[in-house]
Design a protein around this ligand. Structure first.
Ligand code: NDP
Ligand SMILES: N[C@@H](CC=O)C(=O)O
Length: 375
């Protein structure tokens, strides 16, 4: 049996769903000769760590308790469980790196980043440097400065990040297959935001913008602060991940991004809750007008990323209602990849592009994909 020790950073919507998937798949994994062993889980304030790092495990009952605590909106620091202890920030980062140092060359260790924080970057950089593995749903580490990106991907077999673009869809895998077979990709156009896809298609049915954004949050499509989606930054991060995968060397600040709200509603000006309660309504009329202008010529609006040569940009695009992008509904993503082999007709990847279930499934597949590097 191959045993893969895991530390989960972030137990919100995606992280908790991942715990569920891992518990549900125990038997399936056993048949395949793999055992996933949780040794630690952390939230924004603390880390729950098993006492015995080499053999200990957060078993089902402990994971259930973590699930209960986090689902009730509480913090892991309140957890009291035999066989493990709680470490509080700011000591957590140092502890996480120390554990990596202890296990890297013995059992090996996978750090799973299901947070939406940039604070994990320093941890990931350090533990990858000493030979640990990383699986990311969080886009921030891969979209920080290019020097950090280079370090994170310096050992490509040690890092997996399929869920960062298109959630559970096989976008990164497909691109990697094209690139390693010498089939150069020269253009990617895609609707890669589940939130903005959902919002745009619901607006076509006449619903107010404020209502559909709140629904998207409820459905688990948005980032913790939905302004990350509505500003286009989340799409820009996905575009940058794809652009860098193709060999592009730029930073997020160089990407042209179109925001759906003004700076006056930014995080420095109002809290997330205030934006959700009061800010969103102020955008209803403007978005309705934009949708009506597009529909008067038989078009619909889609928020897309376009990568072509050295150019990478994201923003609203009017497309014919009856085109593949125009027919998209709900949180579905659609990515068209043009390469030498897919010159006239692109390789198309389409399907649910957001949601805790599919995202966590993508993360789990990435973890299991590392099995050959464990003993
Ligand atoms: N939902 C989706 O459809 C998709 C999401 N993703 C990505 O998955 C990630 C998680 O999303 P989601 O689960 O919705 O987000 P949530 O806000 O639900 O959860 C985030 C979790 O991260 C924890 N956290 C915050 N800061 C840190 C830190 N420094 N170290 C460790 N944990 C931390 C939070 O802790 P606390 O509970 O204490 O606040 C919380 O448990 C995001 O990066 C998102 O972009 C990617 C693809 C699709
Ligand atoms: N907020 C994102 C979640 C996945 O990355 C989206 O809406 O696509």
């Amino acid at each position: 049996m191959k045993v893969i020790p895991l530390i989960l950073m972030g137990c919100g919507g995606v992280g908790l769903q991942l715990i569920d998937h891992i518990i549900t798949c125990r038997e399936l994994h056993a048949i395949k000769g793999v055992m996933l062993r949780f040794i630690g889980v952390c939230d924004s304030r603390s880390l729950v760590l098993v006492n015995d790092l080499s053999k200990g495990e957060l078993r089902e009952d402990a994971l259930e308790e973590i699930r209960r605590v986090k689902s009730s909106g509480s913090y892991l620091s309140t957890l009291n469980y035999d066989g493990c202890h709680v470490i509080e920030y700011p000591a957590v980062d140092k502890k996480l790196i120390e554990v990596g140092g202890l296990l890297a060359s013995s059992t090996g260790l996978v750090y799973i980043d299901c947070s939406a924080s940039a604070d994990t970057i320093i941890i990931l950089k350090s533990v990858i440097e000493i030979g640990c593995f990383a699986v990311l749903a969080n886009k921030k580490p891969l979209t920080s400065d290019i020097d950090i990106y280079d370090k994170l991907v310096s050992c490509p077999r040690h890092i997996r990040y399929e869920s960062t673009v298109g959630a559970g869809l096989p976008v990164i895998t497909s691109l990697n297959r094209l690139l390693t077979s010498g089939d150069p990709v020269h253009r990617i156009i895609g609707s890669v935001s589940g939130t903005l896809g959902y919002v745009m298609s619901e607006l076509e049915d006449g619903k107010p913008f404020s209502e559909v954004v709140r629904a998207a949050k409820q459905l688990g499509f948005t980032e913790p602060d939905p302004r990350d989606d509505l500003s286009g930054m989340d799409v820009a991060r996905k575009a940058l991940i794809l652009f860098r995968l193709l060999g592009g060397r730029t930073n997020i600040g160089n990407i042209k991004v179109e925001s759906l709200y003004s700076d006056l509603m930014g995080p420095e000006k109002m809290s997330t809750q205030d934006f959700l309660d009061n800010g969103l309504e102020m955008l209803d009329d403007e978005l309705k007008k934009k949708v009506n202008v597009a529909s008067s010529t038989g078009n619909v609006l889609r928020y897309v990323c376009v990568i072509e040569g050295s150019s990478c940009q994201v923003g609203l695009l009017e497309v014919p209602q009856n085109s593949p992008l125009g027919r998209l509904k709900g949180s579905d993503n659609l990515i068209e990849i043009y390469s030498r082999c897919y010159r006239e007709l692109p390789l198309v990847i389409q399907g649910a592009g957001a949601g805790n279930d599919t995202t966590a499934a993508g993360v789990l597949a990435d973890i299991v994909d590392l099995q050959d590097l464990f003993h």
